[in-house]
Design a protein around this ligand. Structure first.
Ligand SMILES: [Zn+2]
Length: 342
């Protein structure tokens, strides 16, 4: 078989949480949010265009409400090679009421009426100031549940991307979530179901071996408090025996992202979904890049990953909605015909 025929067909998606700068050691900012990092977006967009990437900017309230940053996003939106979605940081989206602790920073823990009101405020300001009706969505700080999924459907959203596979903390869990694109069940959005109105496109996360659910269970076992004194997760990481990897240049080296992509392709994952935060583009104002050389490394890392993919697969660059449209129309036979048709 020639190499050409052995190449996988994959879709590449990059989503960018487009949001205010954030001091992760401070309180959740509720007003006067700084959105200076949005000034870095035009350069980032040019960089993406040079590689063929069609980014999806998931925009939050402070960015859409600020005239200067909204104008920058609006200019990029008119380029035709991007998508504008919505990203809900509940702590800084009106109406601002109730406690402002770590627990309430996760959308899944808020009263449903409050979520509806905040989602309305967010979509309204995106429509008004950026001129786009968003149909793709991500919660701030990840996580989704049945109630939020229903609210999104009622509000006209067609795709959610709030699943953060193989991660949990005390406020939400994606440990049991499907790690590949699917129609989420309304009873349990972690697994595929019957509804065909809203699709789930998780970010790419997994391990340096195919069969991520299997290795997820092993990794979870190694993470057990009982084994903690032996530090098995650190040992597995250092020896490369098992590495949990996220497809983000903020969290993983280019080498680790390549390992993840190799395993994801071996497991027939159809979509390689990279993610990062807009604030990372402004060195010194985020937790990932402290100076310009860090930012250069970040760009280099993305370039490296794209070169690897192009060497090893037939890649189609997509926005989130474009990727979902491809899957629905039968891309690589990934969705069974009955699922793809609608
Ligand atoms: Zn965010």
């Amino acid at each position: 078989m020639s190499r050409k025929w052995a190449r996988k067909k994959v879709l590449f998606v990059l989503s960018l949480d487009t949001e205010e700068e954030f001091d992760w050691n401070g309180d959740f900012p509720q007003d006067n949010c700084s959105v200076e990092n949005i000034d870095c977006l035009p350069v980032f967009q040019s960089f993406c265009e040079s590689l063929g990437i069609r980014p999806t900017y998931l925009v939050d309230y402070p960015v859409a409400a600020n005239a200067h940053s909204a104008a920058i996003v609006k200019a990029i939106a008119t380029s035709g090679s991007v998508e504008i979605g919505a990203h809900l940081h509940p702590w800084c989206t009106p109406p601002i009421v109730g406690p402002n602790t770590e627990r309430e920073s996760h959308v899944v823990n808020l009263p449903l009426d409050l979520v509806r009101q905040k989602l309305d405020a967010l979509t309204d300001v995106i429509k008004r100031n950026i001129g786009v009706i968003p149909t793709v969505f991500r919660t701030g700080r990840w996580g989704i549940n049945s109630d939020i999924l229903r609210i999104l459907m009622q509000a006209g959203f067609a795709v959610d991307s709030s699943i953060y596979p193989y991660y949990a903390n005390e406020y939400f869990s994606c440990m049991e979530s499907c790690d590949r694109p699917y129609w989420p069940s309304l009873e349990n959005p972690d697994v595929p179901g019957e509804q065909r109105e809203i699709f789930e496109l998780p970010v790419t996360a997994g391990f340096n071996h195919p069969d991520f659910p299997f290795w997820g269970r092993i990794h979870r076992g190694l993470s057990s408090p009982l084994l903690k004194p032996l530090r098995p997760v650190g040992l597995a990481w250092r020896t490369h025996a098992l590495r949990k990897i996220y497809l983000s240049p903020e969290l993983a080296t280019a080498d680790d992202m390549q390992s993840l992509l190799a395993a994801a392709m071996a497991a027939n994952q159809p979509v390689m979904h990279m993610f990062l935060h807009s604030s990372t583009l402004l060195p010194g104002r985020n937790e990932y890049t402290s100076d310009h050389s860090d930012r250069d490394d970040l760009y280099g890392s993305i370039r490296n990953v794209i070169a690897y993919l192009l060497d090893n697969a037939d890649v189609t660059f997509c926005t989130i909605s474009e990727a979902v449209a491809q899957l629905k129309s039968g891309f690589a036979g990934y969705l069974a015909p009955a699922q793809a048709a609608r």
